[in-house]
Design a protein around this ligand. Structure first.
Ligand code: PMM
Length: 272
């Protein structure tokens, strides 16, 4: 990891049905595009478009429905010259999104959820975020046995890197993500963050997705609204940047952008 490049801000664009609207599918897509444009105005470098929730306990979305949600939004945002990543575990969605202009495939399963993903990444030539993952959302909270969480996340991701490079994915195209909250307790998330150099030893860029997660919420009063998690998230963004992260994936771009601007000023000051 190096501090040479400023840490990138990846803004989250969820394309999910608005249960309060009868505006139909175009309404959902238009709303997502408008939100994405707001995030770019707030300083996002990349927009991460996803049509399936991976929150703990979340049910899966049908493949056709995921495609229907994601592709028009990717096409519209990429068509405006915005760097887009697609948040999907499915090779077919990843391929369609790349054809629609996505530059990055963000796969929370690192290819474990769909056997076709690794060959698809190799064929498309896209950048690939490989996140540490042990199982789908309905059972991930039971897959939390580690003796040394930072080392095991590193080793399990290293095995995915081996699979990817053996399939023809150049290591320059791979970004690693420790998967905060995915098969990890709050304490394990903090340990992974506090020892980010362990994962950094693999020599690949690192993406951090802490935004609004339960372990952030647990620092706050029980009745605190979700948006109260944005300030602590921004602090995690700043500390991740200091630890050399390539990028941070966040819902509230403005607070993280400001935090990273502080880091940039601090670092330029320290260079004298
Ligand atoms: N977290 C979520 C979804 N996608 N992608 C990456 N690379 N890293 C993450 O930590 C990550 C992700 C789940 O969070 P959300 O439901 O709040 O978007």
């Amino acid at each position: 990891m190096s501090l040479a490049e400023p840490t990138l801000v990846m803004g989250v664009v969820n394309v999910t049905p608005d249960s309060f609207s009868d505006g139909g599918e175009w309404f959902d897509a238009e709303r997502a595009v408008a939100h994405g444009l707001d995030l770019v105005a707030a300083g996002a470098d990349i927009l991460d478009v996803g049509g399936e929730s991976t929150r703990p306990g979340a049910a899966r979305v049908e493949p056709a429905e995921e495609l229907r949600r994601v592709v028009p939004v990717v096409r519209e945002l990429a068509g405006r010259g915005i760097r887009v990543s697609v948040d999907t575990m499915r090779a077919a969605t990843a391929r369609a999104a790349v054809e629609a202009g996505a530059e990055i495939i963000n796969d929370v399963s690192a290819g474990l959820a769909d056997d076709a993903m690794v060959p698809t990444v190799a064929e498309t030539g896209a950048l690939y975020v490989a996140m540490h993952w042990r199982g789908h959302s309905d059972r991930m909270d039971s897959l939390i046995e580690y003796t040394d969480v930072a080392a095991e996340v590193r080793d399990e991701l290293a095995r995915r890197v081996d699979v990817l490079t053996a399939a023809g994915v150049a290591s320059e195209r791979i970004i690693l993500d420790p998967g905060l909250g995915f098969s990890k307790t709050g304490a394990q998330n903090w340990e992974v963050l506090g020892r980010l150099d362990v994962l950094g030893a693999l020599g690949l860029p690192i993406l951090i997705g802490a935004s609004r997660k339960r372990f952030i919420g647990s620092l706050l009063p029980d009745d605190a609204p979700m948006t109260d998690r944005d300030l602590p998230t921004a602090v995690v963004s700043a500390l991740s940047a200091r630890a050399g992260a390539w990028g941070v994936r966040v819902h509230d771009v403005q607070s993280t952008r400001r935090a990273l601007d502080v880091v940039g000023a601090w670092q330029s000051g320290s260079r004298g």
